[in-house]
Design a protein around this ligand. Structure first.
Ligand SMILES: Cc1cc2nc3c(=O)[nH]c(=O)nc-3n(C[C@H](O)[C@H](O)[C@H](O)COP(=O)(O)OP(=O)(O)OC[C@H]3O[C@@H](n4cnc5c(N)ncnc54)[C@H](O)[C@@H]3O)c2cc1C
Length: 398
């Protein structure tokens, strides 16, 4: 009888080649590691996503991604259940719009050129922990790896199998794309639309691309009402969409960070495996931004893997500490803001209109000039000063 050949071995195996996995694979390959990237679909592939990238991505991504930017955004049109519109613009860009099929393909090709062996149409289905690594079973074969990176998105099988204690919720969201051909962009050149009144505790959006509009709704807190009902109401109330036929939306879970993510059983590193991007619930709890954190966590995971290979004093746990310092510290504050915004959405809509400088400060977070932590401190200062002014005026008039 012929003996089964040993599975091929790698330094690092990445499950899932979205932005998180492709970035980690790229960083590790160009540092000389042997890397296998498994992707169950084939790029370029469609991904349910608004494709909004805050411009601080410039600080962490090489500029070649600009080749796939469809629009640059300078302002937000705010509405409340289709009413009370106001626009707040910034003199400098706040976001880029990308289609995920083209953006993700670009990142995967970069990883491939840097040396990552990419297997598409191959799905990871099981894992066996070994004393010095992990054996990964796919629908096509088996592989061994010293380190496993779970970058397989919101329904991560790596998280389910290798981090069974992680019990974190996901929020429902729906999105549809309308082809607009050469028609003028809605809600206007360089603008996105955000409606805080469309849903009970979340928001609806219109993010324009060159030939499409991405239209979606997501519930961020509390018990979700019927997402399809909310979506249909948004389409009905939003006057700019009145003449358009909106295709049936697709659903996808949003693995938002919650303050429970900090607790020990929800750690991002176990034995020889790490979770990055959506697999690790690294999605901003205020507006659901996940692409930036997918890229950033992919880089941070790669740095800690390289550290642990080259320096015995370093460990994979460095990744978890780095996420706590850089990402969770921000998400904690974003969570506090989200609690206020989604508990009092109408009041917040009106306050945003009144205190536009607070929105300008938030734009600076998107631009990487402020952090959530400095934003929150300064925003409180602006509102307090304005109340003091109001009191002074009231009493001097009286
Ligand atoms: C409706 C909606 C709108 C959004 N809008 C925005 C937005 O405007 N801006 C923003 O920043 N974020 C947005 N997000 C969040 C963003 O889409 C995610 O945070 C981001 O895609 C995370 O990247 P990732 O690489 O972690 O995971 P993904 O992009 O989900 O990539 C995971 C990859 O793993 C593959 N995979 C899964 N399982 C396996 C397996 N077993 N074996 C092999 N491969 C596997 C998948 O096919 C996929 O390619 C939105 C999300 C939703 C649902």
């Amino acid at each position: 009888m012929q003996a089964l050949a040993d599975p091929k071995s790698y330094d690092v195996l990445v499950v899932g080649m979205g932005p998180a996995g492709a970035t980690a694979a790229y960083e590790l390959s160009r540092a000389g590691m042997s890397v296998l990237g498994l992707e169950k679909q084939s790029h370029p592939r469609y991904k349910v996503c608004g494709g909004g990238l805050s411009v601080r991505i410039d600080q962490i991504l090489e500029s070649d991604f600009k080749a796939v930017v469809e629009h640059t955004i300078y302002g937000v049109q705010f509405t409340y259940a289709g009413e009370e519109p106001f626009l707040i613009e910034s003199p400098s860009p706040i976001a880029y719009m990308v289609m995920r099929d083209r953006f993700d393909y670009l990142l995967v090709e970069k990883a491939r050129r840097a040396g990552t062996e990419v297997h598409e149409d191959e799905q990871a289905v099981g894992f066996v922990q070994l004393p010095d690594g992990v054996e990964v079973i796919t629908d096509k074969g088996r592989y061994r790896t010293k380190v496993l990176i779970g970058a397989d998105g919101a329904n991560s099988i790596v998280a389910q199998r290798l981090f069974p204690q992680r019990r974190l919720g996901k929020r429902p969201s729906l999105e549809s794309e309308i082809g607009i051909g050469q028609a003028p962009v809605y809600p206007g050149e360089g603008k996105v639309l955000i409606d805080l009144g469309a849903t009970e505790r979340g928001y609806a959006w219109i993010f324009p691309k060159k030939e499409r509009l991405s239209i979606g709704v997501a519930e961020f807190r509390g018990r979700a009402s019927s997402p399809k009902g909310v979506f249909d109401r948004f389409i009905r109330d939003e006057k700019g969409l009145a003449s358009m036929t909106v295709p049936r939306p697709a659903g996808h879970p949003l693995p938002l960070y919650s303050t429970r993510d900090m607790a020990e059983p929800n750690g991002l590193v176990r034995h020889r495996a790490l979770l990055v991007g959506d697999a690790g619930h690294l999605v901003d709890p205020l507006f659901g931004e996940g692409i930036y954190y997918a890229v950033r966590s992919g880089q941070m995971a790669a740095a800690s893997v390289l550290g642990s290979f080259h320096d015995r004093r370093r460990s994979l746990l460095d990744y978890e500490l780095a996420v706590m310092r850089e990402i969770y510290a921000e998400f904690r504050v974003a969570s506090r803001v989200a609690r206020i915004v989604y508990t009092f959405p109408r009041l917040c809509h009106r306050l945003m209109h009144r205190y536009q400088e607070v929105i300008n400060l938030y734009y600076e977070v998107l631009q990487g000039r402020e952090t959530y932590q400095t934003f929150f401190r300064k925003a409180k200062g602006v509102v307090k000063a304005s109340f003091r002014e109001l009191l002074r005026e009231t009493f001097s008039l009286g």
